[in-house]
Design a protein around this ligand. Sequence first.
Ligand SMILES: NC(=O)c1ccc[n+]([C@@H]2O[C@H](COP(=O)([O-])OP(=O)(O)OC[C@H]3O[C@@H](n4cnc5c(N)ncnc54)[C@H](OP(=O)(O)O)[C@@H]3O)[C@@H](O)[C@H]2O)c1
Length: 248
Amino acid sequence: MILVTGATGTLGSPTAELLRAAGYPVRSLSRRASDDPNSVVADLSTGAGLSDALVGVSTVVHLASGANARDSQQTRILLEALAAHPVEHLIFMSIVGVDKHAFAYYRDKNLSEQLIAASGVPHSILRATQFHSFLADLFRAQRWSPVTVVPSFTMQPVAVEEVAERLVEIVAASSAQRVADFAGPEQLPFRELAQQWNLAHGRRRPVWSLPLPGAVGRAFARGDHLSTLPGAGHNTFAQYAEHAAASR
Ligand SMILES: NC(=O)c1ccc[n+]([C@@H]2O[C@H](COP(=O)([O-])OP(=O)(O)OC[C@H]3O[C@@H](n4cnc5c(N)ncnc54)[C@H](OP(=O)(O)O)[C@@H]3O)[C@@H](O)[C@H]2O)c1
């Protein structure tokens, strides 16, 4: 049995679906109850329900991450539960560059990686760049604005479906600690990605790019969140934008 945390999320949904399509028995963990008999209710910020969720589980794909509870707190609580319910393989989704980036969320993600590495639990850690949908959310939030404002750095977005496919491969393999980063096929200025989005959606408006201040801004400007080209992903953001516009 494979337990997928964050199974209701952007990455968790296609991952659980692909795992089921590959024939694995999958249990989806969420804080919310559902009619799905294959789902289980648990809260990683308190540990409530976690012990029951882990019964009979051999692999955990840990994709949950919450804004209100720190990523490392959730990982710590999961590892405490795994001490009582050992598994053969824990797979953790992380982000490219977390070991050098100044962004607080990334630093905390790095702490999660360190906790897992020190836990003795057989594990694999996959880092990915930002998902296409992450950028799309930023552009959608500005759809009524006469200009699109973006930070003046480069991004290497990746298709979430391709990350999910990679996770399925990692589930099928033995634990490997850090595996190769998974990044999108192109490194492009945020400004150009916004122009691609606007073009696909038939919006003619200027794109302004502004520098982000402070250490976080410098880290993004340096490209600490980027992988090396070429990334393993194939699907481009322009393709994603065209598909999103066509399915409006
Ligand atoms: N988004 C990106 O661009 C990106 C890029 C690289 C890596 N990642 C990493 O990929 C992973 C998945 O990201 P995502 O964008 O798919 O996340 P998401 O869409 O925001 O989904 C977050 C998931 O976490 C679950 N969750 C949050 N708090 C929880 C708690 N206390 N207990 C149990 N479950 C909880 C939510 O489940 P319920 O609400 O159903 O409880 C939800 O399914 C994260 O580790 C993230 O850091 C994301």
